[in-house]
Design a protein around this ligand. Structure first.
Ligand code: V47
Ligand code: SF4
Length: 386
């Protein structure tokens, strides 16, 4: 295969690491033990070289982004995840926000005439915002703007909605799909392993419940994303356990589009005493995820959480997607201490960010259909920028 891997295999003395290089060269799957070994022994350069070879085999230099905005219906939440800097417990709901359907439609209308392709709806779990409320919202969004892709609701929100409505997961997903929900974001996954989940997110949907909801969506032909909240109290084996469960489900359904590692940020939450991971550790994680998750087509770095320069760096460690323009429409990360206090990037800024690290910017829609190829041309001669 590629020259960098031939050089790497020649320079690697550790037999087990050499075997991993061979597997990547032959496009073979690595085992859990090998994944763990990468976390324990894989240097940044080693895992980065492997991940980059895989990324370039799958996508060449192509780097995707989309034009999107978020709607966060509420930050009032019945749950009490320790890492969350965003939610207001229902008991203190007067300090939070709750948007009416009309207010959310006004947000959608504020993008009239702008070339946005996706709305991402995600928020806290408010006991009064039930399934009927969200069905009405989705239908009204489509009535106003039929071409806008509605990606919405974490499995945590869905689990609560379905239980309140007393419908099965399959029936609940079917009804939402019929109303116009097109795909699911990856949130709420955190760390599936109960030893960690019970400590950081003990009262919301279990790992098995999260996976069952995504499986039901996949069975209806919907695509979904998957996240992993890392860099807090979990150990390497919990990361591997999490990714193995995703890899197994993907083998079964092929319904995941993108894996999105989410770096734990420690401001203003009950885990502020837990230090954040280092940039080196972040890059190693991206790379190992790219190597381990051989059946995931895309790996995304979410720039509002990581910061834009670090997001640029991930493009050398297996990442081929940096999410979208966002338009300052999410508060989850600014409230948790991200350097992006008002996350918004113009298309021109995203294109520049990607070009600066010599990658090839492509605007995609939610399902990775290519919409605009920004090629390698000079910014000054490009159209479609706003
Ligand atoms: O599930 C909450 C995370 C997630 C913190 O699918 C935190 O395209 C770090 O899932 N530090 C919601 N992370 C956001 C999400 C997402 C974001 C972007 C794109 C997509 C997609 C999905 O945010 C939560 C949780 O894991 N989160 N608090 C924190 N302090
Ligand atoms: Fe609620 Fe989500 Fe925050 Fe947990 S992470 S408290 S479910 S808003």
């Amino acid at each position: 295969m590629s020259e960098p891997l031939d050089i790497l295999i020649g320079n690697t003395k550790d037999i087990a690491l050499k075997e991993i290089v061979r597997k990547v060269q032959q496009q073979e799957r690595i085992t859990d033990e090998e994944g763990l070994l990468l976390f324990e022994k894989g240097s940044l350069g080693f895992v980065g070289t492997l991940a980059n070879a895989i990324r370039e085999r799958l996508h060449g230099d192509k780097t995707y982004f989309n034009r999107n905005f978020h709607i966060e219906p509420t930050n009032v939440c019945v749950f009490s995840c320790k890492f969350c800097s965003y939610s207001m417990l229902y008991a203190h709901k007067e300090e939070g926000w709750e948007l009416s359907i009309d207010q959310m439609l006004d947000i959608v209308k504020s993008y009239d005439g702008k070339p946005i392709t996706e709305v991402h709806i995600v928020g806290g779990v408010h006991p009064k915002m039930n399934m009927a409320y969200f069905i009405e919202l989705i239908q009204k969004i489509h009535a106003h703007r039929p071409g806008l892709h509605v990606k919405g609701f974490t499995a945590v929100e869905l689990d609560y909605m379905f239980r309140k409505a007393k419908v099965s997961v399959e029936e609940g997903m079917r009804q939402l799909k019929e109303a116009g929900l097109q795909s699911l974001p990856g949130g709420g996954a955190e760390i599936f392993h109960p030893d960690i989940r019970s400590v950081i997110a003990g009262d919301k949907v279990t790992g098995e419940g999260w996976l069952a909801i995504h499986e039901a969506a996949h069975n209806l032909g919907m695509f979904t994303n998957a996240t992993m909240l890392y860099g807090h109290i979990e150990k390497y084996e919990h990361r591997i356990d999490h990714m193995r469960k995703l890899r197994d489900l993907q083998d079964k359904t092929k319904g995941f589009n993108t894996f999105i590692p989410l770096k734990f940020r420690n401001a203003n939450n009950d885990m502020s005493d837990v230090p954040e991971s280092t940039i080196t550790e972040d890059m190693r994680l991206y790379a190992i995820a790219r190597i381990y998750l051989d059946n995931f087509p895309h790996l995304k770095a979410y720039w509002p959480m990581l910061g834009r320069q670090n997001a640029q760096l991930t493009l050398a460690f297996g990442v081929n997607d940096i999410d979208g323009t966002i338009d300052d429409s999410t508060k989850i990360y600014s409230m948790a201490g991200s350097e992006e206090q008002a996350p918004t990037m113009s298309t021109e800024q995203l294109v520049t960010l990607i070009r600066q690290v010599k990658r090839h910017p492509i605007e995609r829609d939610t399902l990775y259909n290519e919409i605009n190829d920004f090629g390698q041309a000079q910014l000054s001669v490009m159209s479609n920028l706003n």
